[in-house]
Design a protein around this ligand. Structure first.
Ligand code: EPU
Length: 335
């Protein structure tokens, strides 16, 4: 059913109130096909969990809310299991399903807000794991011809918070389902320092996937605001990657700069550190601002406008550029 003039506030984790001229929640492919056919040549916006977007204005054309549900075990070979989840499932519900069944691989990605369909779109990642590490394939609806097409891991061209669906195929496909290859023989990944120390805090000596998941949940809850309480979109910016020589110069001037080696010639810098050091952490402007525990997260305390948050992000980017000469890039999609 297509509805007119719908407030999108409940459908985006920033909690921004903008109107959709037309809105359709689809629970099967026929409904999707039908809605799209009525809005040929008009702009389409697909919402999953609405956790990675900043809505700055009313949305024309058609807004589609992906409500395709279902999780199933499709194949099992030795210790390997292939789990297919429809794109409208909540990502964390899929993580919990995996943990309850003893399937390892995505426990480090616990509590990431958003839907399953959005996960490959931007190759979600946290605590040393990215979805591409366990990704098998996905099915996507080709908006132009209505066919369902399969994309393998390689075809998705995953990068750091990147995939082909954010680049050359942007706006051309709607992700319908995602298949992950998980394992019953779980080797946990606690390479990320914070997990090891949280497990210690929890008094766990023999950690399995359940304990790692709980450690990640604890860390996230202590650092990141819950979108149900304070509107936000997780990391607003990406961690920038810069050249080695620029890094050496910065390091000489700012010896504490938090960095991770990428390859011989590149270094990734913690954007949260840059923004924090530039004095933005905890800054509040009326009903929006920069979160007090994590400078990478911009927040809406209630009633803020997307435009204001966008302007705040511009100001932060300018200040980081002035101080460090680094161009920050937004992780969220600005609509
Ligand atoms: N830092 C500060 N001040 C801050 C925030 C961070 O000094 O306000 C420093 C921290 O002390 C730490 C470093 O920056 O030394 C990195 O911080 P953290 O470990 O919190 O991770 P991050 O780089 O800020 C990234 C991802 C997160 C992911 C975490 C954990 C990006 C853009 N963000 O954050 O992903 O959960 O690592 O793996 O890559 C997301 O994408 O929405 C997201 C939350």
């Amino acid at each position: 059913m297509i509805q007119q003039n719908i407030n999108l506030q409940p459908y985006n984790t920033f909690g921004l109130a903008v109107n959709a001229a037309n809105f359709c929640e689809f629970s099967n492919i026929e409904e999707l096909k039908d809605a799209i056919s009525k809005f040929k040549d008009q702009p389409l916006l697909v919402l999953g969990g609405g956790s990675n977007m900043l809505l700055t204005k009313d949305v024309q054309g058609l807004v589609l809310k992906n409500n395709l549900k279902g999780i199933e075990l499709v194949k099992e070979v030795g210790n390997d299991v292939w789990i297919k989840s429809m794109a409208g499932e909540v990502w964390h519900d899929l993580v919990m399903y995996a943990i309850e069944n003893g399937y390892g691989g995505i426990e480090n990605l616990s509590l990431i807000p958003g839907s399953v369909g959005a996960a490959p779109m931007q190759n979600i990642g946290a605590y040393g794991v990215e979805v591409k590490d366990v990704f098998d394939s996905l099915e996507a609806y080709n908006i132009e011809n209505g066919n369902i097409e399969v994309f393998t891991n390689d075809q998705c061209q995953f990068g750091y918070r990147e995939s082909v669906f954010k680049r050359s195929l942007k706006g051309k496909y709607i992700i319908v389902s995602v298949t992950l290859k998980l394992t019953k023989h779980s080797e946990i990944n606690t390479s990320y320092g914070a997990i090891a120390s949280e497990l210690e805090n929890m008094g766990v000596s023999q950690a399995g996937i359940k304990e790692v998941s709980q450690a990640v949940i604890n860390i996230r809850q202590s650092k990141l605001p819950d979108p149900k309480e304070i509107g936000n979109s997780g990391s607003f910016f990406k961690n920038p990657v810069i050249g080695k020589s620029q890094f050496e110069q910065l390091k000489a001037k700012f010896p504490d700069i938090v960095n991770y080696p990428v390859d011989e010639n590149h270094v990734k810098i913690a954007a949260g550190w840059l923004i924090d050091q530039a004095g933005w952490k905890g800054k509040t402007i009326g009903n929006y601002g920069v979160h007090k525990n994590q400078a990478l997260v911009l927040v809406n305390y209630g009633g803020a406008k997307g435009q204001d948050i966008y302007q705040l992000s511009e100001d932060i980017m300018k200040s980081v550029k002035d101080i460090y000469g680094i161009d920050l890039e937004r992780e969220v999609n600005v609509i």
